[in-house]
Design a binder for this molecule. Structure first.
Ligand code: 2M8
Length: 436
């Protein structure tokens, strides 16, 4: 165990702890982000199981009446200019289902059940009072997570396809990935109220962040969602950006698998368990069906264009995350020169976009840099698939990376230069889990 790295990672979480919830990053992201907080809870579990459970409780306090867990639960005490778009710009008070607290009006991948299962495993291994705390938290959180998954399986999949529709690149969590270039290019920006970006002031070079043209479209999509009253029926019918996101859908499969085990643990009704298993199996088959034998990756579906999105990105490993039948092909592709086998890589960890993709940009956010949190997701999927050799190698390379680059938001894949925000909470959190 690397004690120095452990203490440094713990110090990052402590530094970003806002008291019951954790800032995603000290300055760039001063609020609670949905999928960040799930990863962060996994990290907290190794320091304090009660604190890990509090993280998830805080997030779910922002859950909407329709089950949606918003992608940001805002700190009401933060200055309005701390982050943009702010609560006023989201205007979620127009939505019937919005809670009585400031949140955004979109969601992010549902890592939460995975986090709960991991926290429960950590508590079980330690024994004692933490096990009772987990039982109490499960009684409270299980119905909320079930409502969240139900929202995704119904409102976000009116076609009953097993795949989740996203209405904004921010919902994918991989914002400016080239996966969204074509769908975003078709979005015609209308009478967009003026705005000022706050993100670019927090990075060394604004080229590490999405472009202004992308931001205009991001804000225009927010405007359209707000004008639609955040009503899923209206949005599904009229919104110009609708993508069946394979990685989001695959995370939901893994999360349903975890939720099914938690349901069994607490003795949830058989009907719940059958429902969850049904969502899992339908989602797994749907993700497998997105496998493209030419690219050897799973591809998103651009619903408005009616076509697959032929981009080589980490999202293509959705079938590995979902644990489906394409595992052998995807594990081989992950090791190929298009991903981990590219000998220019400083560490064999997955770049967000393959260097073999024409859109690859090694310093620009989700267009090339490697993200430790994504390495963790693939590592966990390899472990779940029984691919111990590949999992061990990915963990070792990832620990080398964070040991050298620190807890950066993302990393230049060839040089190892830390990019984006320093002291990013989820990077520290996954480091704790790797070390534990
Ligand atoms: C990034 O996204 C936010 C918008 O949600 C931003 O760029 O301002 C993404 O990396 C996202 O996946 C992450 O949850 C968020 C906070 O770390 O930052």
């Amino acid at each position: 165990m690397d004690e120095r790295l452990w203490s440094a990672a713990a110090a990052v979480l402590a530094g970003n702890d806002a008291g019951g919830w954790t800032r995603a990053a000290p300055r760039l992201y001063p609020h609670q982000w949905s999928w960040d907080s799930a990863f962060v809870a996994v990290g907290w579990a190794h320091l304090s199981v009660p604190r890990a459970l509090t993280e998830l409780r805080s997030l779910f306090a922002g859950q909407w009446a329709n089950g949606m867990v918003p992608h940001i639960v805002f700190d009401p005490a933060a200055a309005a200019e701390a982050y943009f778009p702010d609560p006023a710009r989201w205007g979620t008070r127009v939505a019937a289902a919005a809670p009585d607290r400031p949140t955004s009006g979109i969601c992010q991948p549902p890592v939460h059940a995975l986090a709960l299962a991991r926290i429960a495993a950590v508590a079980d291994a330690a024994g004692g009072a933490d096990v009772e705390r987990v039982e109490a938290a499960l009684a409270e959180l299980y119905p909320k997570v079930l409502a969240w998954h139900r929202y995704l399986a119904t409102e976000r999949d009116p076609q009953d396809s097993g795949l989740v529709s996203i209405y904004h690149p921010w919902e994918s969590g991989t914002d400016n990935s080239p996966r969204f270039d074509a769908a975003l290019a078709r979005v015609a920006v209308g009478d967009l109220p003026p705005y000022r970006r706050r993100d670019t002031g927090h990075v060394a070079d604004r080229a590490q962040r999405p472009s202004d043209a992308e931001y205009d479209r991001y804000l225009w999509l927010v405007e359209l969602l707000r004008r639609a009253g955040y009503d899923d029926g209206r949005i599904a019918a009229t919104h110009p950006f609708v993508v069946k996101d394979v990685l989001f859908s695959a995370i939901l499969v893994a999360a349903n698998d975890a939720l099914g085990r938690l349901a069994a643990r607490i003795g949830a009704p058989a009907a719940d368990r059958a429902l969850i298993a049904g969502w899992r199996d339908r989602g797994r088959a749907a993700v497998d069906a997105r496998y493209d034998p030419g690219l050897r990756l799973c591809l998103d579906l651009d619903v408005r264009a009616g076509s697959p999105v032929a981009v080589r990105s980490v999202a293509g490993f959705a079938g590995l995350v979902a644990g489906g039948d394409r595992l052998p092909e995807l594990v081989a592709e992950l090791a190929s020169p298009r991903f981990l086998g590219d000998d220019r890589l400083r560490w064999p960890v997955p770049p967000s976009t393959s260097p073999a993709d024409p859109a690859f940009a090694p310093r620009t956010y989700w267009r090339g840099p490697s993200w430790p949190v994504i390495s963790w997701l693939l590592w966990r999927s390899l472990v779940a698939a029984g691919r111990d050799g590949a999992a061990t190698a990915l963990r070792a390379a990832s620990l080398d990376q964070v040991g050298t680059a620190g807890f950066a938001e993302y990393v230049e894949p060839f040089t190892g230069e830390p990019l984006g925000s320093p002291n990013q909470s989820w990077t520290a959190a996954v480091t704790l889990d790797w070390l534990a």
